[in-house]
Write a protein that binds this ligand. Structure first.
Ligand SMILES: [Zn+2]
Length: 459
């Protein structure tokens, strides 16, 4: 077999986000095939053979690619609506529109969501998709195809809802599935698309939407299904005070106890938000290894509150970052969430000691890889790991005078992405996608957003 072709990157600062937070003020990386072969301080070793490309990355910071752990791609078509609502009012306002999505809309929305994240340094994306209106086509296939075509590593959290309006839920009845249909379709999606091989580009998780949109039986049987198939579990948890109240009224217990009673705590589970957690909830997550997708912008947008990230980290809870759907975080970017996670947590009880810039970078990289169950392959720059990395430009007006590059990346303006690699393949150059036509996606998503508004009777 021919030796893998090498890419040599030199003269950049490197934040490896390894177990020791190793950084190099000036260093090099050698990529071979889809892996990182070596890295370290100073120039690359001399005499390397089979070098296909040499990149002089002077003025740049290299970090692991960002890992997004919570999102709803379809919401790309309903950005900027219900802008002054809390979660439940926002859901009630938007469900009738979301219930009208179809395959073409979902494919376009996935492209828009993926493109926005990828050009900002995301190398691993996820989509929690839970709206499957009757007769809407193969939505899972449409989403997975969009991710595959864009060359972004991807987890589809195959969601579901079976608690419609007539069962006391928020979504219209025709937008929910039956218990049996939801479980059967989820199992089929796992069997068709979940890849267990090293370096997998597509994985699938079992992901009923939330305690208030799903029956107890779907929670319980969903957890059993995931464990039978050997895939991860994802849902929304403890997002708002209204949800907490709902759980107490309906189940006679808070969300974390409800999750425990339905098989939803474990090191194969991660949950979005986890804002309203008391000390014993956090201890239960830490004891069981249950992960958290922290979504600071969405929590602020919907006035949900501030998740206790410093307490979770101190207890040993795995925590990653999430964009969340773009109907509650219109920017659709993850690199700005590094900054928002840091700033918003400093408004909480721990004040200036809440998070450091390095911790914020870890949340967005290694922390995300951990909650997706992939920390052995991605999330840090180390020899043998997959070559998912970003070169952030730090020598322009926005960042050049900031004391150190990691501080500049997290505290500073959103940094330009000179290059982003997934599996050793470059997918972004100078803030533009190499794998898709952004302008065409902008046109298509605008047209599909208008079509959705039309079929939903709003335009
Ligand atoms: Zn969400």
């Amino acid at each position: 077999m021919a030796a893998d072709r090498r890419t040599v990157i030199e003269n950049c600062a490197i934040a490896t986000v390894d177990a020791h937070d190793t950084e190099h003020a000036t260093g090099h990386l050698v990529l071979a095939g889809d892996r990182i072969e070596s890295l370290g301080p100073g120039p690359a070793p001399e005499g390397l053979e089979n070098v296909a490309r040499r990149i002089d990355a002077t003025g740049h910071l290299a970090t692991p690619g960002l890992v997004n752990t919570h999102h709803h791609f379809y919401q790309w078509l309903t950005r900027g609506l219900a802008t002054d609502h809390n979660l439940f009012d926002w859901l009630v306002a938007l469900y009738p529109t979301w219930a009208r999505i179809d395959e073409a809309m979902v494919h376009a929305a996935a492209q828009g969501s993926l493109a926005m994240m990828a050009r900002g340094g995301v190398t691993t994306a996820m989509d929690h998709h839970y709206v499957f209106p009757r007769g809407s086509g193969d939505l899972s296939e449409a989403i997975i195809t969009a991710a595959r075509d864009m060359g972004v590593r991807f987890t589809l959290a195959r969601g579901s809802m079976d608690r419609g309006e007539s069962d006391g839920g928020l979504p219209p009845d025709f937008a929910v599935e039956t218990l049996d249909d939801a479980l059967a379709a989820t199992e089929e999606t796992v069997r068709r698309h979940h890849d267990t091989s090293p370096g997998a580009m597509t994985q699938v998780a079992v992901a009923p939407c939330s305690p208030f949109s799903v029956s107890t039986e779907l929670m319980r049987q969903g957890a059993e299904l995931a464990r039978r198939l050997g895939v991860r579990l994802h849902t929304h948890g403890s997002e708002t005070v209204e949800e907490e109240k709902f759980c107490h009224e309906l189940f006679g217990m808070g969300p974390t106890d409800y999750f425990a009673s339905t098989g939803w705590l474990g090191d194969d589970v991660w949950m979005a938000h986890c804002v309203h957690m008391n000390d014993s909830d956090i201890a239960a997550f830490a004891r069981t290894g249950t992960g958290v997708a922290h979504c600071p912008s969405s929590n602020a947008r919907l006035a949900a509150g501030i998740a206790r990230v410093p307490d979770m980290l101190a207890a040993g809870v795995p925590v990653g970052l999430g964009v969340d759907g773009t109907a509650s975080n219109e920017s659709g970017e993850l690199h700005t969430e590094l900054r928002n996670a840091l700033l918003i947590n400093r408004l909480g009880a721990h004040r200036e000691k809440a998070l450091t810039a390095r911790q914020a970078l870890r949340l967005g990289t290694h922390g995300g890889a951990r909650v997706l169950g992939r920390a052995d392959e991605i999330g840090s720059l180390e020899p043998g790991k997959l070559a998912d990395l970003v070169l952030w430009r730090m020598d322009t007006l926005a960042h050049a005078s900031v004391a150190d590059p990691v501080t500049a990346l997290v505290f500073g303006a959103a940094a330009p992405v000179t290059a982003s690699f997934v599996n050793g393949r470059q997918i972004v150059e100078n803030d533009r996608l190499l794998t898709a036509d952004e302008d065409a996606i902008a046109r298509t998503t605008r047209a599909e957003a208008r079509r959705l508004a039309r079929v939903a009777g709003h335009a």
